[in-house]
Structures are given as structure tokens and as C-alpha cells.
Design a protein around this ligand. Structure first.
Ligand SMILES: Nc1nc2c(ncn2[C@@H]2O[C@H](COP(=O)(O)OP(=O)(O)OP(=O)(O)O)[C@@H](O)[C@H]2O)c(=O)[nH]1
Ligand SMILES: [Mg+2]
Length: 226
């Protein structure tokens, strides 16, 4: 729950808007500090955002296994509860810090600042931030990241960019995951791309399967080019 997305209770509209402006302005300041901290260490921070269960952790597990010989990687995991995802990442041999947001529905810049101090990523490394699974609130909170990646799974339907435009509008890249399931679904990729281009004209779409490995080389090329 957050005041910013309007789900915090019976406030008047005017009151909600004031809280929202305050919270976001303070967050933006802290995000600028994070961006400077990361830039000073030449660390690339990639914020992964999606609905719950679209495959963020599965993609990270595979990415770390495939790239860690050539790329220093560390991970910040965001979930309301549990250490499950950080444990999955650590099982690959990679450093991970879990942030639990409790009732919160997104990571914010303060949480990332605290997590980065605990993670202590080496200079010139890549830090993946797995945001809380939620297609609404995480989009509003700048963390100071270098890039934003939205992970869509094809089971979610082609209409999501139009229904959740804030999330898709600020994406630098959209991954269409679980393409191994396409034979069982109605998910015309061209329609999805057309919907995405109405809210975001620049973000490329990369189809992939985090479990089977299809499309991962294009994802790795995109990461290496950053
Ligand atoms: N068929 C198929 N299943 C996938 C793929 N990627 C992930 N999954 C499955 O989707 C489920 C959720 O995957 P996770 O990686 O935990 O998803 P997540 O986005 O990290 O989930 P939260 O952290 O809870 O938001 C698991 O059962 C995965 O095995 C894929 O490419 N194809
Ligand atoms: Mg996860």
C-alpha cells in the first residue's frame, strides 16, 4: 500500500495529491544521490519491474550463470516478505541483499541506498534490482537506476501496455518472457508491439524464455552494450 498510488485509505483527493507530491519529490532527491553514488563507482544499475511471477528471478539466475565469468554482478531483491529470491540468487554464487517492504508495494530510493551499502558492489560491476512484483507503484519511484527493464510474460495478455501505461512509458527495454508457452496462448507479438509503441516509441521488445533460454543472447548483447 502506498499513498502515492492512492491505495492508502480514506483521504480526500487533494490530501492524497499533496502527499504524493511530497513523497515523490523526496524520493527523487534521494534517487539523485544514489545515481551519483553509482556513477562515482562506474556501477550500472538495472531496475527489473514486472507483475508478480513474470520470471524476473528466473531470468536473473540464468543471466548470472551465463555472464558471471565476464561480468561482475550483484543483486538487490525486493519483495514484501521472505528471503526466497535472495536465496535463489545466492545459490548461483552471486551476492544478493533482500529488501522486505512489509505492506509496501514498491522499492524506493531510500531502500536502495541502504541495500547498496550492505551489498557493497565492486566498482564497474552491474547491479540488478528486482523490484516488488507490481505493474503500478514501482513505475513512480526513481531509484537512481541506470536503466529500467519491464519483464512481461506472454501469459499476461497483449493489452498490458495500454492498461498500465506508466510502467511501460519509462521502460528502456521490454522483455516478453515465457515464449515457450506461445503455442498454448493467444499473444500476437505484433499486436503487443503496436500497443507498446502507443505509450513508448523507443523501447525495443525482446522475446525470450528464461527457462528454456530462447532469446537470451539478444538480452546479453543489450546488457553488454550499456
Ligand atoms: N514456461 C515458463 N515459465 C517460466 C519462465 N520464466 C519463469 N517461469 C516460471 O514462472 C514462475 C515465476 O518465476 P519467477 O522467476 O519466480 O518470477 P518473478 O517475476 O521473480 O516472481 P516474483 O518475484 O514473485 O514477482 C516460476 O514457476 C518459473 O519457473 C519461462 O520463460 N517459461
Ligand atoms: Mg522474483
Amino acid at each position: 500500500m502506498c499513498a502515492t498510488c492512492g491505495c492508502s485509505g480514506p483521504l480526500t483527493h487533494e490530501h492524497t495529491v499533496l502527499i504524493e507530491q511530497d513523497v515523490l519529490a523526496r524520493n527523487d532527491e534521494l534517487a539523485r544521490d544514489n545515481r551519483a553514488w553509482l556513477a562515482g563507482r562506474r556501477i550500472l544499475a538495472v531496475n527489473l519491474m514486472s507483475s508478480p511471477g513474470s520470471g524476473k528471478t528466473t531470468l536473473l539466475e540464468r543471466t548470472i550463470r551465463d555472464l558471471s565469468a565476464t561480468m561482475a554482478i550483484a543483486v538487490v531483491e525486493g519483495d514484501q516478505e521472505t528471503e526466497f529470491d535472495a536465496e535463489r540468487i545466492r545459490a548461483t554464487g552471486c551476492r544478493a541483499v533482500q529488501v522486505n517492504t512489509g505492506a509496501g508495494c514498491h522499492l524506493d530510493a531510500t531502500m536502495l541506498a541502504t541495500a547498496l551499502r550492505a551489498l557493497d558492489p565492486p566498482p564497474r560491476s552491474t547491479v540488478f534490482i528486482e523490484n516488488v512484483g507490481n505493474l503500478v507503484c514501482p513505475a513512480l519511484f526513481d531509484l537512481g537506476e541506470s536503466r529500467r527493464v519491464v519483464v512481461m510474460s506472454v501469459t499476461e495478455g497483449v493489452d498490458k501496455p495500454l492498461k498500465y501505461p506508466h510502467m511501460f512509458r519509462t521502460a528502456d527495454l521490454v522483455l516478453a518472457n515465457k515464449v515457450d508457452l506461445l503455442p498454448y496462448l493467444d499473444f500476437p507479438l505484433a499486436t503487443f508491439q503496436a500497443h507498446l509503441s502507443r505509450v513508448n516509441a523507443h523501447a525495443p521488445v525482446l522475446p525470450l524464455s528464461a527457462t528454456r533460454g530462447d532469446g537470451t543472447s539478444a538480452w546479453y548483447d543489450w546488457l553488454r552494450a550499456l
